[in-house]
Ligand binder design. Structure first.
Ligand code: ADP
Ligand code: MG
Length: 869
């Protein structure tokens, strides 16, 4: 017998499960027995692939080959250090990239799917990978089915099985037994398959297979993840890198030619030219960007912003506009019914006194009693862990109200069993349930005030009272009832949600998050517009928006979904410039709003949680899904997941994004400037008739030492105070805009010329000039690292010690260089000589000059800026 031919009882029995689910112990035993519910995927790069990548650079290969050739010709002593340094460099590169890869894998695990299961009779959220056969799983609109299920109970459940069968129309599901053994997968409508997407309704099923045993697992045992797209910065770096490489290669060829012309040894010139090329060509920069982004992503995850697409870390800094949900994001989502309004009379929740209706007695003579009954029955909350309730916060609030009135859910559900339903969706903003009531049937409907009012005939006083509640920032949920002799043939919104009798309204308080107002303020100073998009009532939304500072009384009024619908195409673009609140919006309209904002040149971050939010999340530059209330579909479409659903977390992530972006640029500027200096020096010396300033091994050492430690420390630069007082980073900002290109060229020139002077001085005075130049280059790079920390502010102002890792890195680098200069063993390898106090003083003077010219340049910059302002 296959699963679809079994009755639900038989299926449960065969799986040794029950309607209350497995026990925790049994689940643990089965987990070891069946293994985790995962389909292994070929994710990320293997350690070996990363290692290999360190040696795929053609120049590195040429360098190694030349060194080996040199060794064969006889110069073993020069070749071995060169190869050793190349290997150390590769080892460092490998460790960095491997660690970055590891933290990306860890992030991916954090972003893993969760499943709602019933175990020991209570509903809980567990990682989907812990599911075992026999588990009872709940699916609802927006969730991806986490394992293969035999459905036990369905409520208008529709599942999109395109991922498995290719069929694009959603399949209506049922829990009935099917008889035909040979049914194709798509026709086994009492089953739900792993990896397919619930688009409507809800259902419960028992897990029949997990992991590779599922139908999806059978066809896709090795899923390979798509390649990470490159970030804008990486693309720009790659383009620029090509041109730079060409330029450097030409310089190296000329250098080689000039050297040979002057009678330098061939092998030495060859190694020098190649070493210079290897050191100066910024091959590793794109990898450095990836590493910085990966570590940035880890840091963001610690602050509850889980990045799903790495480029988002970089582009977050360019966000100019955040479109955010209200409920749960700006508010606490800790809802409480504070009052109820029947016949236009507002009644505090504490003052409600009603008696639970007897079975079969739910007549329309006491609206308040029916309203409270509806609050319990038209409600999908379930008992959760440790006595709490699990479900939608609005419904939890309603259940809590009813229970405080002495209306326990279990008792009422027995008296008026639910026989059919129309689930809630954010487009209709309604939910209806049908209950047996004696010999008849009663349907209870709840939803937004407008939707309920449109289907029943409330008196004007009731509507006015409800509007007044909304204007105080309360969420208003309307209730209505209808009596039936028998169930309508077709239960659709048209048949079942029409001709209702209005009952009243519940007013729910959902206080704003205390940190939200501050975060909104921060956005304002950072040039970021905050826009609220909500399904709630316009008055409720406006009240909350004003209390948080998102909108003020001078702003244009909230636009509602209905008004959006009627707007002429094109006129939204204009309105979007000033509108801060969109209310009663259907999820599909979010797409319209993002598009209008993008048309105005905004770089949009958009939040969402429901299945219908996915298109807008995908369209926005940064789609942000809710971690707690978000559906799998929304998470799948988003670039980032908010683990705490908190608005302030978005703002924190943007700040972090700006910081990371700036720090990557700092590293790039530092690295390019230093290399420019070395190139000027090595290239100009022979042209000016001086001997080659550096040996190949020294060039490589310089590169190894200065890019690794201080370079890495630069990405640890803390956020400057005014980071969130600047406008967003222009999305097309080039690497060399804002004077960075000029900075690199001028400072590189100063570095190089100072080096030449030092060399000339050393030769003239008979000092060990090569060791002097060598040490000067290391020290001046340290000065450069300190300089790039701020483009305008003096080092003294930002504080020399405010980036501790950098100070440590500089100290370590200087120590290592001293070892190279003074240790006899090292002197032999690097061909260095000890520097006496005179030589040392000259070197220090040169490095100090770099610090001083840098400070002077900033002084001029500040002065020019002041002129302009
Ligand atoms: P939000 O944008 O605030 O998250 P939703 O789309 O979740 O809004 O809900 C919009 C409106 O739908 C609410 O203001 C409320 O009137 C109604 N509503 C929300 N949840 C339910 C529910 N479970 N049943 C019926 N109506 C609901
Ligand atoms: Mg919502």
């Amino acid at each position: 017998m296959t699963w679809h031919q079994l009755t639900t009882e038989e299926a449960l029995l065969k799986l040794n499960s029950s309607p209350t689910g497995l026990s925790a112990e049994e689940a643990a035993i089965r987990l070891t027995q069946y293994g985790a519910n995962i389909i292994p995927e070929k994710s990320g790069r293997s350690a070996f692939a990363i290692l290999l990548a360190q040696f795929t650079d053609l120049l590195i290969i040429i360098l190694i080959v030349s060194a080996i050739v040199a060794a064969c010709i006889g110069d073993l002593k020069d070749a071995i250090p060169i190869i050793a340094i190349v290997l150390i460099n590769a080892a460092i590169g490998f460790t960095q990239e491997f660690r970055a890869e590891q933290s990306l894998i860890a992030l991916k695990k954090m972003a893993g799917q969760t499943a709602r299961v019933v175990r020991e009779g209570t509903l809980r959220n567990i990682p989907a990978r812990d599911l075992v056969p026999g588990d009872l799983v709940l699916v609802e609109a927006g969730s991806v089915v986490p394992a293969d299920l035999r459905l036990l109970d369905t409520a208008r459940l529709q599942i999109d099985e395109a991922a498995l069968t290719g069929e694009s129309a959603p399949v209506e599901k049922t829990s009935r037994v099917l008889t035909d053994r040979e049914l194709p997968l798509g026709d086994r409508v009492n089953m739900a398959w792993r990896g397919t997407v619930t688009v409507y309704g809800r259902g419960t099923g028992v897990v029949t297979a997990t992991g590779t045993k599922t139908e999806l697992g059978a066809i896709a045992t090795l899923l390979s993840e798509g390649v990470e797209p490159k970030t804008p910065l990486q693309i720009r770096l790659a383009q620029f890198g090509k041109r730079l490489s060409a330029a450097i290669l030409i310089i190296c060829v000329i250098l080689f030619g000039v050297g040979i012309q002057r009678g330098e040894p061939l092998v030495l010139m060859l190694l020098t030219a190649i070493s210079l090329a290897v050191a100066a060509i910024p091959e590793a920069l794109p990898a450095v960007v990836t590493i910085a982004l990966a570590f940035g992503a880890r840091k963001m995850a610690n602050r509850n912003a889980l990045v799903r697409r790495l480029p988002a870390v970089e582009t977050l800094g360019s966000v100019t506009c955040i479109c955010t949900d209200k409920t749960g994001t700006l508010t606490m989502n800790r809802m409480e019914v504070t009052e109820v309004c029947v016949d236009g009379n507002r009644l505090p929740a504490s003052a409600i006194s009603v008696v639970m209706p007897e079975p079969a007695a739910l007549r329309l003579n006491d609206k308040l009693t029916i309203l409270i009954t509806a609050a319990v029955l038209n409600n999908d909350t379930r008992p959760g862990e440790s006595g709490s309730l699990s479900g939608d916060p609005t419904e939890i609030a309603l259940t809590t109200l009813a229970e405080s009135c002495g209306f326990p859910k279990e008792v009422l559900e027995q008296r008026f069993p639910r026989i059919a339903e129309l689930p809630f969706d954010s487009d209709r903003k309604l939910m209806t349930t049908f209950h047996r009531c004696g010999t008849g049937i009663v349907s209870l409907t709840k939803g937004s005030l407008e939707a309920i009012a449109g289907r029943s005939q409330p008196e004007q006083t009731s509507v006015a009272a409800a509007e007044a509640m909304a204007a105080q920032g309360l969420r208003t949920i309307g209730f209505a009832v209808r009596y039936w002799d028998k169930l309508p043939e077709q239960i659709t919104s048209e048949t079942a949600e029409a001709g209702l009798a209005f009952l009243g309204v519940a007013g729910i308080m959902d206080p704003p998050r205390p940190e939200a107002a501050e975060a909104v303020q921060l956005c304002k100073s950072a040039g970021i517009t905050v826009i609220m998009i909500t399904g709630d009532h316009a008055s409720t939304a406006t009240a909350i928006a004003e209390s948080l500072g998102i909108a003020s009384a001078d702003d244009p009024p909230a636009i509602t979904g209905k008004e959006l619908e009627q707007l002429a195409t094109g006129s939204l673009a204009e309105l979007a410039a000033r509108t801060r609140v969109y209310a009663r919006v259907a999820p599909s309209q979010k797409l319209q709003i993002v598009t209008a904002l993008q048309g105005r040149g905004e770089f949009v971050a958009m939040t969402g949680d429901g299945v219908n939010d996915a298109p807008a999340l995908q369209r926005a530059e940064i789609g942000i899904a809710m971690g707690i209330t978000g559906t799998d579909v929304a998470k799948g479409a988003a670039a980032m997941v908010l683990l705490d659903d908190n608005f302030a977390t978005i703002v924190g992530a943007i700040e972090e994004g700006r910081r990371i972006y700036r720090n990557i640029l700092r590293f790039i500027v530092y690295s390019l400037t230093s290399n420019a200096g070395t190139i000027w020096l090595v290239f100009l010396a022979p042209v000016l008739g001086l001997p080659l300033p550096l040996l190949p091994v020294q060039i490589l050492w310089l590169n190894l030492l200065c890019d690794s430690l201080p370079g890495l420390a630069l990405t640890a630069e803390p956020a400057t105070e005014n980071l969130m007082r600047q406008p967003p980073i222009p999305r097309n900002e080039g690497i060399f805009s804002c004077g960075r290109g000029r900075w690199i060229i001028l400072n590189g020139l100063v570095l190089g010329i100072t080096g030449l002077c030092l060399q000339k001085y050393g030769i003239a005075t008979g000092l060990p000039w090569q060791s002097m130049v060598f040490t000067y280059l290391i020290l001046s790079r340290m000065a450069m690292a300190l300089q790039v920390r701020s483009r305008h502010e003096s080092l003294l102002k930002i504080g020399i010690f405010s980036n501790k890792p950098l100070i440590a890195a500089i100290a370590a680098t200087v120590m290592l260089q001293l070892v190279v200069i003074y240790l006899p063993f090292m002197q032999e390898i690097f061909r260095t000589e000890a520097l006496d106090w005179r030589a040392l003083a000259a070197v220090l003077a040169g490095a100090t000059l770099i610090l001083v010219t840098g400070e002077l340049a900033k002084l001029v910059q500040r002065w020019l800026h002041k002129e302009r302002v």
